[in-house]
Design a protein around this ligand. Structure first.
Ligand code: NDP
Length: 292
């Protein structure tokens, strides 16, 4: 069997086009231009890159972005004060606080200070709590896990009743991905660093989501024949043959998995592009709510 490649880049591009169209329609209907505030605290180079990419994507979709940078030694009070100002700003429909925050800041308290109506990253404890509760719906769902679900649907995976395994239980990927699978009626197992016999657990998965951060940890013989595999991992592996000296690889041994799975996301070009597309879609949705 050769797995179908789930083309996240193409699916995300379609989503971004839909958002751009939605922005035009919103404005034509008398709504305001959607606005996303980005908050960057400190000088983490990767965070700077991510925020730059998000702002560029906003501009392409017709979403205005308002960028705010605070120094590494910004106080909790300063960050929360900025968020209060953005909560009250009617031009801002989404607030994105780029994580991770510098040590010493209370991440939970900062995320909690974002108005849930503007929580386009979906990390506010109330939104996550609603995601975890039966019969409740969050206003926003975290973008990377939401992207995983879209990729599964687009690939034609049967989610309801499937055995789903998520490897990783982080607040931003693994846990919300598992909660979304439960909401979609999959029988879901969450694995982590203390899971016993991980290969055996993975082999039961009709749907396997890997969000670990360990290059090619999941081998081909851990995968059930015909499984749908979503590889969230984004790992740098030294590669002197490349100009930049490294290549990006996922948490799944891609070539091996290709022989066994029904469908798989590549890295890069799988889950990665879905995160920004989801952020744009959430910001548009937030702005649409302001229509009379
Ligand atoms: P975290 O480090 O926060 O979480 C990793 C999880 O993997 C933890 O739950 C950890 O278990 C588990 N884990 C670690 N080692 C093992 C092991 N040997 N066996 C089983 N489980 C293990 O990472 P994130 O969730 O933030 O990110 C995961 C990956 O996804 C990274 O490669 C990251 O770069 C990528 N990523 C990609 C995004 C995108 O494509 N847009 C967005 C966000 C992340 P425990 O809880 O026990 O420590």
């Amino acid at each position: 069997m050769t797995a179908k490649i789930i083309d996240g880049k193409a699916i995300a591009a379609e989503m971004r086009e839909d958002v751009a169209k939605g922005v035009k329609e919103l404005i034509a209907a008398g709504g305001t231009q959607p606005g996303l505030a980005t908050v960057l605290v400190g000088g983490n180079p990767a965070s700077h890159t991510y925020v730059r990419m998000k702002r560029k994507a906003c501009a392409k979709a017709g979403i205005e972005s308002f960028h705010h940078e605070l120094p590494d030694d910004a106080s909790q009070e300063e960050v929360e004060k900025l968020i209060q100002t953005l909560n009250a700003d009617s031009k801002v429909h989404g607030i994105l606080v780029q994580l991770p925050l510098p040590a010493g800041l209370d991440e939970e308290q900062i995320l909690r200070s974002i108005s849930i109506e503007k929580d386009v990253d979906g990390f506010h404890p109330v939104n996550i709590g609603r995601l975890a509760q039966k019969g409740r719906e969050p206003l926003f769902v975290p973008c990377t896990p939401a992207g995983c679900m879209i990729l599964l649907e687009k690939a034609g995976a049967q989610i309801e009743g499937a055995n789903a395994v998520v490897v990783g239980r982080s607040n931003i990927v693994g846990m919300p991905a598992a909660l979304l699978l439960v909401k979609a009626n999959a029988t879901t197992t969450i694995c982590h660093s203390r899971t016993k016999d991980l290969p055996a657990v993975c082999r039961e998965a009709d749907i396997l989501i890997a969000a670990i951060g360990r290059a090619e940890m999941i081998r081909g013989d851990w995968i059930k024949p015909g499984a749908y595999v979503i590889d969230v991992g984004m790992n740098r592996v030294d590669d002197p043959s490349r100009e930049r000296g490294y290549r990006l690889t996922g948490d799944v041994a891609y070539d091996e998995a290709m022989e066994v799975a029904a469908a798989i996301t590549p890295v890069p070009g799988g889950v990665g592009p879905m995160t920004i597309a989801g952020l744009l879609a959430n910001t548009l949705r937030s702005a649409q709510r302001t229509l009379p």
